[in-house]
Design a protein around this ligand. Structure first.
Ligand SMILES: NC(=O)c1ccc[n+]([C@@H]2O[C@H](COP(=O)([O-])OP(=O)(O)OC[C@H]3O[C@@H](n4cnc5c(N)ncnc54)[C@H](O)[C@@H]3O)[C@@H](O)[C@H]2O)c1
Length: 264
């Protein structure tokens, strides 16, 4: 029988920000596909609840509480992953924050925090995990969560976030070039609007429930050709593709998964 190029069973993956939203969708899809996963999140309670919501198998998951922006976190993730699963083949840099603030009201602290999580965290985690992959001498795959907002702004108030995600897209390409000699592939996913806890909170922070409903309805009708929000599994399937040997000849690429948003 021909081997299935999308098969990730037996692979070991680290997923940051895995307790909810897109990250949890990726953890669940990977566990359902037979992978062993280290779920990393700064929110310990949410991470424990996430583990309890996972299917029994065929893969499995363990967790680590860590804030990706802290310097020691990358090495802690690698150590915990080796302790649980002996190796690491895949890293998904998903943890990210998107606080709203128009530039004219933006504090330098907000800008710093967005960059600390979305870029510094991604650098620290990638450096530590790629170091281990290089030692293992069996290549690997790093998948970074960028955004359609790396390509163009979608609403006022996300300038810090938009810039950080454009940085993620370019960081991905530079790292892909650097790690190619080690057969470590580095790609990014640019999601459109995905229904997640974090996304719902952004609307709650700046709108009444009625305004949020009207915003969502108008957004889907005028901006998204496929007419629906994405769900975390839409992104998880793209992550599975990039983690698997189906994407063996891809590195430095960005996959747009946006329901056609960028066509409008
Ligand atoms: N939801 C969308 O529409 C959308 C669109 C494009 C890109 N993205 C990107 O996808 C990723 C996930 O987004 P989401 O909507 O699922 O977010 P979310 O807020 O629903 O979930 C994020 C998770 O990451 C964790 N986290 C946040 N900061 C962390 C840190 N410093 N260290 C460790 N864990 C941390 C949170 O505790 C949470 O569990 C982000 O990078 C985001 O920018 C989301």
């Amino acid at each position: 029988m021909a081997t299935n190029p999308f098969d990730i069973s037996g692979k070991v993956a680290i997923v940051t920000g895995g307790a909810m939203g897109i990250g949890f969708g990726i953890v669940r899809r990977f566990v359902e596909s037979g992978a062993r996963v280290l779920l990393v999140d700064r929110d310990e309670k949410a991470a424990k609840e996430a583990l309890a919501r996972l299917p029994e198998g065929p893969g499995k998951a363990e967790m680590l509480t860590a804030d990706v922006s802290e310097e020691a976190s990358g090495e802690r993730m690698v150590a915990r992953c080796i302790e649980c699963f002996d190796r690491v083949d895949v890293l998904v840099n998903n943890a990210g924050i998107f606080p709203m603030s128009p530039v004219m009201q933006m504090s330098p602290e907000l800008l710093d925090r967005v960059y600390q999580v979305n870029i510094r965290g991604l650098m620290l985690t990638s450096k530590a995990v790629a170091g281990r992959m290089i030692q293992q001498r069996q290549g690997g795959s790093i998948v970074n969560l960028s955004s359609v907002n790396a390509l163009r702004p979608n609403m006022v108030g996300l300038a810090a976030y938009d810039a950080s995600k454009a940085a993620v897209a370019m960081f991905t390409k530079s790292l892909a070039l650097e790690l190619a000699p080690h057969r470590i592939r580095v790609n990014s996913i640019a999601p459109g609007g995905i229904d997640t806890e974090g996304n719902a909170q952004v609307l709650k922070d700046v709108m009444t429930p009625e305004q949020a409903e009207a915003f969502r309805e108008n957004y889907l009708r005028t901006k998204v050709p496929l007419g629906r929000y994405g769900n975390p599994d839409d992104i998880a399937k793209a992550a599975l593709f990039l983690a698997s040997s189906a994407s063996d000849y891809m590195t430095g690429s960005s996959l747009l998964v946006d329901g056609g948003l960028m066509l409008m």
